[in-house]
Design a protein around this ligand. Structure first.
Ligand code: IPM
Ligand code: MG
Length: 364
């Protein structure tokens, strides 16, 4: 029997509730596919600040290091918003985790499910039939991590500096991830840049074109980031895979998630450099946040967390059949008319977090 070690980091807000349902689904997968998951829970985010004094305790890092993958909930909440920005759960937990484990490739699927187009804020004529876009975001470079980075008083004024840096090799490796993803989909790759202004973007575009020669079957197009923001709302179906550097990808992936209308259903994967026998070490988490307004009420949508389990099985653990089974089970419960409040509409059945988890586990 194949066995995997998984670091489970539920975090704050709705994190623990939706993680409980992800664990339920993992158990169903274990039974059906003769796999064994050894789950170790560790604290991260606000709860870790409260208990351990910091958002990412050493013990949590150790648990992650000893695992085959990290299953992450979400972190942050009003309680910790008054802390200095670099001590806040989001920044102090996520960014170091990305850097520590070299999680350079962030895959963010933006799927508007055909049966859920009513939840999209975009006109029905644009989203009718649904759409499926994958954002491939570079996650360990650019403005987020470039040095120097500071804010200080100088000559009677205050100056803040962030530095945008990309090495060609960093662009190459993320471009390969995006081209490979496009190969397995509709073979259209849109690379995002601001090559009319930024040196970084000039190198980005040139490098992506070079790498593209190795993928002749993939059609490559380039869009300036401002134009891409417009085209995404105007015609999301015109996109297949989007490739973007860290900050552009941060912004566009939120826009993309919003227009799907199903933020509570979108998972994400952050994959590392380290290739293992079964895939790549990575961190798997919902695209949405901690939703403090509904935390503890048992009404949050657990599907994003559950689909994150599917991404983990697919990309880190090399178990595509088990991943497919989860994806199919989610589609089935949607087809059966089961809905949490965020995706509910007239004529469907409103259920809570636990019932949704149970229904998906039963469908596996
Ligand atoms: C995300 C988030 C993070 C980011 C924040 C919380 C640091 O917005 O994962 O998209 O900017 O990358
Ligand atoms: Mg973001």
């Amino acid at each position: 029997m194949k066995s995997f070690k998984i670091a489970v980091l539920p975090g704050d807000g709705i994190g623990p509730e939706v993680m409980a349902e992800a664990r339920r689904v993992l158990s169903a997968v274990e039974a059906k596919f003769s796999l064994q998951f050894e789950l170790t829970e560790a604290r991260v985010g606000g709860i870790a600040i409260d208990v351990d004094g910091k958002a990412l305790p050493e013990e949590t890092v150790r648990v992650c290091r000893e695992s085959d993958a990290i299953l992450f909930g979400s972190v942050g909440g009003p309680k910790w918003e008054s802390l200095p920005p670099n001590e806040q759960p989001e920044r102090a937990a996520l960014l170091p985790l990305r850097k520590l484990f070299g999680l350079f490739a962030n895959l963010r699927p933006g799927i508007c499910f055909p049966k859920l187009t009513h939840a999209s804020p975009v006109k029905e004529s644009i989203v009718a039939g649904g759409f499926d876009v994958l954002c491939v975001r570079e996650l360990t470079g650019g403005l987020y991590f470039g040095q120097p980075k500071y804010c200080r008083e100088e000559d009677g004024d205050v100056i803040a500096v962030d530095t945008m840096v990309y090495k060609k090799s960093e662009i190459e490796r993320i471009a390969h991830v995006a081209f490979k993803a496009a190969q397995g989909r509709r073979k259209l790759l849109t690379s995002i840049d601001k090559a009319n202004v930024l040196e970084n973007s000039v190198l980005w575009r040139k490098t992506v074109i070079e790498i593209g020669k190795q993928y002749p079957e993939v059609t490559l197009q380039h869009l300036y980031v401002d134009n891409a923001a417009m085209q995404l709302v105007k015609n999301p179906k015109g996109f297949d895979v989007i490739l973007a550097e860290n900050l552009f990808g941060d912004i566009l992936s939120d826009e993309m998630a919003m227009i799907t209308g199903s933020l509570g259903m979108l998972p994400s994967a952050s994959l590392g450099l380290q290739e293992t026998a079964t895939g790549r070490f990575g961190l798997f988490e919902p695209s949405g946040g901690t939703a403090p307004d509904i935390a503890g009420k048992g009404i949050a949508n657990p599907i994003a967390q559950i689909l994150s389990v599917a991404m983990m099985l697919r990309y880190a653990l090399g178990e595509p059949a088990a991943a497919d089974a989860i994806d199919a089970a989610v589609l089935k419960v949607i087809d059966d008319g089961l809905r949490t409040g965020d995706i509910w509409s007239e004529g469907t059945r409103r259920i809570g977090t636990k019932e949704m988890g149970e229904a998906i586990a039963a469908a596996i």
